[in-house]
Every structure is written in structure tokens, then in C-alpha cells.
Write a protein that binds this ligand. Sequence first.
Ligand code: ZN
Ligand code: ZN
Length: 337
Amino acid sequence: MSTEMELAARPTHHAVDGTFCNPWPDSTPRGWRDLLRWQRARRGQPRVPTPAHGSLPMAEPAVSHPRASVSETTATWIGHSTILLQIGGLNVLTDPVFSERAFPVQWMGPRRIMAPALDLDDLPPIDVVLLSHSHYDHLDKPAVKRLAQAHPDAAWVVPLGLGRYVRQWGVRTLVELDWWDRTEVRGLAVTATPARHFSARRIGDRNRTLWCGYAIERMGRRAYFAGDTAYHPEFGEIGSRCGPFDLVMMPIGAYDPRWFMHVVHVDPEEAVRAYTDLMGPAGAAHRSLMLGIHWGTFRLTDEPMDEPPRRTAACWHAAGLDPEHLWIARFGETRHW
Ligand code: ZN
Ligand code: ZN
């Protein structure tokens, strides 16, 4: 095959060297030099107080064991980007993180403010696990190992390249997807969707595994899990190809300082904009609940930890959206959708 043909065949988010990249302008995450600059600037500023451990609002999860009825559809926010979905008689888990710290070692790195609202041992039998990317606040090796052992029949869906990590940790049934690939596992239709982010887990593996969100569908009910993402121009296409969605799980936290974070995480204004893009021109007609995720659990960035819900609610109001359709969950809260 000629080089020209190879170029034509290579998707724009696949780099020539085999790594992955964001196909949109201004999408290269900041490097080590800027990370140091941010840390230095942080030292000179008055520290925003961190909420006391366990002090954010909590609720008692209402999970059906072992399964909800086929006609029931619920979501339980376990914390950060970890959500248990009970949909059409299946139990689906997103980005399962249960460790105390989101870091390679447990003696340093971002520590939890809020414990997981459900213990790993209290989960119902898991049918499908969706993993968005390799960052420590989304991919928790001890949790993967324990889940693989306790739920050996679960099917795992991961972006390209991530399979070899979780396979080493005991996962047996696994599907790797590229952006827009669609598969069906355990009766759940899953499409991996584009996201503007990056991946890194250890030195030398930056962008060697892909990052993505997921659109899922079962028995006519549709949900979208955005994973970790900055704002990008393809939310409208995700909505038109995979929607309309009944539930949108959208990150609303970890956004400051913007000069550093705008290429990797949406802020509340962009989260609301992404939601309206997903809805499309006819969006107002469809009732879609947005659950704000990726906040309040680990201190990762500079904004006050309880700011994301307030700012998201203000943007929601300013955009003229129905307040009934924004779900700022308490930790552990379950809701029908
Ligand atoms: Zn990430
Ligand atoms: Zn994250």
C-alpha cells in the first residue's frame, strides 16, 4: 500500500507513530513544564479550603439486588465517574474507582474527600463494565482486580490499547473499541464516542491508549457517558448518531486553572453547551436528564470542590433549560430515568 493510501485510511485521531491524538485544533495537553508552572503558581495563592472528609451531601443508594426488573431504568452515583446503571435487567458499571487515592501509590497523590457510596462487595452482579481511559481517577487497578475476581462473567468495554492492561489484572471477556465502533455485549448496544482528552498512566505511555465516551442502548432506552473530555465540535454528531438520550452523564468538575485545563476538561459552561449540542435542534422536545459527574470526590484542580454544582445550575438556568432535567446527585443517590 502506498503512503498516500495509508494516510487516507488512517483516522485523524490515529497518529503516524501508533499513538492517539485529538483531531481538533489546540488539543495538545500541556507538558511537564506547564505542570510545574501551575504547581508554582498554586504555591503563591491562598489555598481554597478542602471540605472535611465525608462532608458533602450523601444519600442511601436504592439498588435492586440482584437485578432491577426489565422495565426499570436507574442510575446510582457511587462517586466521581463511577456510576451503577440498572437498565433493562442488566447491571452496568462505569469507570469503577474504589481506592483511597487516585494515584500509582497509595501513600501520596489526590486523596478522597468522599468514600465510594457503595462498597465493592455490595455491588449487584455486574454484566458490563465501561472504561473511558487510563487515568488513575478512572482506571483503578485494585478495583479492576477485585471486580474481575468477584464478577468473572462481566464483559468489559475499553478503548483501543487498554485491553492489555486490564487483561493482566484478570479480566477475561473484553472488547476494544475505536471511536464510533459499535458492539453488542450481554444485550447492551455500546458505541465508543470521540472525546477531547489524553491518556497517561506511567512514564513513556502517553497517548498509547485511546480515550473515549460511550453511548449505550437497551430496549429503546439510551444513555451517554462522556468519560473525561474538553469541549469539542462533535457532541452534536454523537447526539444525532446515537441519541436521543434519556440520560447524559457529563463531567462538571476539575476545570481550574483554565489555561492549563481547557484542553482536557469541560467547565460547567461547556458542560451545559455540550449537553445542548447533544440534544440537537429538536432537543427541547426530548426529556433528557443530565447527571453531573467528576466532581467532589478527589481534589484534582484549583476550583473550590463544591463549586461545580452551583456553577452548573447557574449555567443551566441561564440557558433556559428545565431545572427538572439537571441532576446534581448526592453521593449514593439513585434516580429513575
Ligand atoms: Zn483523564
Ligand atoms: Zn478524570
